[in-house]
Design a binder for this molecule. Structure first.
Ligand SMILES: [Mg+2]
Length: 553
């Protein structure tokens, strides 16, 4: 090929490295019209492919008489007719968009139109996000963790979102928000969150607001056909590390069984265990002031007796005047040593649920357990005692952690700003949902504080956590509180067919939209709470608002 020619096409003049003489030669050699493709390179444009059809004069005449295609006319100068041909690569993208073919790395050198075509190929045509409206909110109450409600928010376009009211919280925390969100576009997640934020409080009081927020991301992801993590800014990881909660065992043998199941059978790489002063029951001289607080069954009932406001379980840590003796610390140390002996040092070992005693005893306990290199000491005092957390953190080398009852970033800030904890531990069903929890993680990250995530619910809030964890850089591990519940995973079906959990890691849905799950109705219906067997029944009694919501004048 040789020569430089100029071809006129659609009022654009391209300087091309054409091979006019070669084309002319071919015209003589060929008796039938022939087509060639020519790729034109220019500085300002992506390569453009042209179709060149060469005709002899007689063919040109036949074309004029209508015997041949009239459009095929020779160019005046080059004796060729050029017509812009559809870029075959673009055509391929169009076809692949229709067929849903994943193209991966082939996009690297593609024109922007191709990238857009590829990236939007899965946008759901079923939903028109701008016209989405919330039309309903319904619920069911499962028996997970005693009582955990799942909500469903419906829309005018058939897509719905799933959310979860935190374990132990009343579903009415969510239902009272129904009248506030009906008619709203669910994709305006942040605006709706700000509208209903005032109806959340610490711990379970935030259950309704967070449930709605989760469901909105589920809808929004489905509307735009992307996973929730994508809407949060993208992902840092494809698998989310989990830590397996291990409840208090009645004996070392029982504890060994629980731990072996988690590590050897299930493949978890991070464990949490309870080290409670409740386990010192019956050991003379292990605790001071135990008798005063024991329940009618003779226990330190950390969760029991909730109806009695003055019970041990309802009394804040500094106000019990329970003290742990050296003998008590020795015994608690043995419990940890036993577990550490079983799991070794490759597995991070976190601890929780020590009981209610003050900062001084907390520091002494922390120091007694320091040699076991624990991953963290959790909620050793109540979260709002920021100065006491600072004192504790400064006194110990074991990381301190709290946060599962904190609502909103602004309530995490004092702990982070003062470096009063080493790790924050939001429960996404209390902290404000996916976006607020990511904001908590990001703020902690900026201040050199890590984030673990508390989770004790159904696979609905679990998946909300997984998306948030994937999108947050300083994330360490996500709690799984129902390792021993055989039907827990089967409460949902993943929409992309993936397993929920593999060897102690949650599998992130890489393409499935929203949270990436659907409810397994049959399984959930088998595990509804005894007091409420309804299953996403209509809730018209929650349609109307009865108060003026503005909180300023
Ligand atoms: Mg905890």
């Amino acid at each position: 090929m040789e020569g430089i020619g100029a071809l006129q096409h659609s009022n654009r003049l391209f300087k091309i490295r054409a091979v006019i003489s070669w084309i002319k030669r071919k015209r003589i050699e060929e008796r039938e019209p022939v087509a060639y493709t020519l790729t034109i390179h220019s500085v300002s444009k992506q390569p453009s492919t042209l179709k060149i059809i060469i005709m002899t004069p007689s063919q040109k005449l036949l074309a004029k008489l209508g015997i041949k295609d009239q459009d095929i006319i020779e160019d005046e100068n080059a004796s060729v007719k050029i017509e812009e041909q559809e870029n075959p690569r673009r055509s391929f993208f169009k076809k692949s968009a229709m067929g849903g073919i994943a193209l991966g790395g082939s996009l690297l050198f593609s024109p922007i139109e191709d990238i857009i075509a590829q990236s939007t190929q899965k946008v759901s045509r079923f939903s028109s996000p701008s016209d989405l409206k919330i039309t309903d909110m319904r619920y069911c109450v499962t028996s997970v963790l005693g009582r955990t409600a799942i909500i469903r928010i419906d829309t005018n376009q058939g897509i719905y979102g799933l959310g979860e009211v935190r374990d132990g919280a009343d579903e009415r925390y969510a239902l009272m928000l129904k009248s506030r969100i009906l008619g709203e576009n669910p994709c305006n997640v942040e605006m709706i969150f700000k509208k209903i934020r005032q109806f959340g409080g610490q711990s379970r009081q935030a259950g309704g607001v967070c449930a709605v927020e989760m469901a909105l991301w589920d809808i929004c992801g489905k509307a735009y056909n992307v996973p929730a993590w994508q809407l949060l800014g993208g992902r840092y990881r494809d698998k989310v590390r989990m830590y397996a909660d291990t409840p208090e065992a009645g004996s070392p043998e029982e504890q060994a069984k629980l731990i072996n199941y988690r590590i050897k059978d299930q493949g978890y790489t991070w464990l949490k265990m309870d080290v409670s002063i409740g386990e010192l029951k019956g050991i003379p001289g292990a605790l001071v002031n135990y008798k005063f607080w024991e329940s009618s069954q003779g226990n330190l009932a950390q969760w029991g007796d909730q109806s009695n406001y003055m019970s041990y379980g309802n009394t804040l840590h500094p106000f019990t005047q329970i003290q742990i003796t050296d003998k008590g610390f020795e015994k608690l140390g043995e419990i940890v040593e036993n577990v550490r002996g079983m799991v070794g040092y490759d597995i991070p070992l976190s601890t929780d649920h020590y009981g209610h005693f003050d900062l001084n005893n907390g520091i002494r306990l922390g120091k007694a357990l320091e040699k076991y290199r624990l991953a963290w000491l959790e909620d050793i005092i109540s979260w709002e005692l920021t100065d006491q957390w600072k004192t504790m953190s400064d006194a110990m080398e074991t990381p301190c952690l709290t946060g599962e009852d904190i609502y909103l970033l602004k309530n995490f800030k004092p702990l982070i700003d003062k470096h009063a904890v080493d790790i924050v531990h939001p429960d996404l069903a209390s902290s404000g949902g996916l976006l607020e929890t990511k904001r908590i993680g990001d703020y902690a990250e900026e201040n050199g504080v890590a984030m673990a995530m508390h989770q004790a619910g159904t696979p609905v809030s679990f998946m909300a956590n997984v998306h948030c964890a994937a999108a947050t850089q300083n994330f360490l591990a996500l709690e799984h509180h129902s390792v021993d519940l055989p039907w827990w995973e089967s409460m949902v079906k993943t929409t992309d067919g993936r397993k929920l959990i593999t060897k102690g890691f949650a599998n992130l849905p890489l393409t499935a939209p929203g949270l990436g799950i659907e409810l397994n109705d049959e399984v959930i219906k088998q595990h509804l709470h005894a007091t409420d067997k309804s299953y996403f029944a209509p809730t018209p009694e929650w349609d109307a608002k009865r108060s003026h919501d503005r909180i300023f004048s």
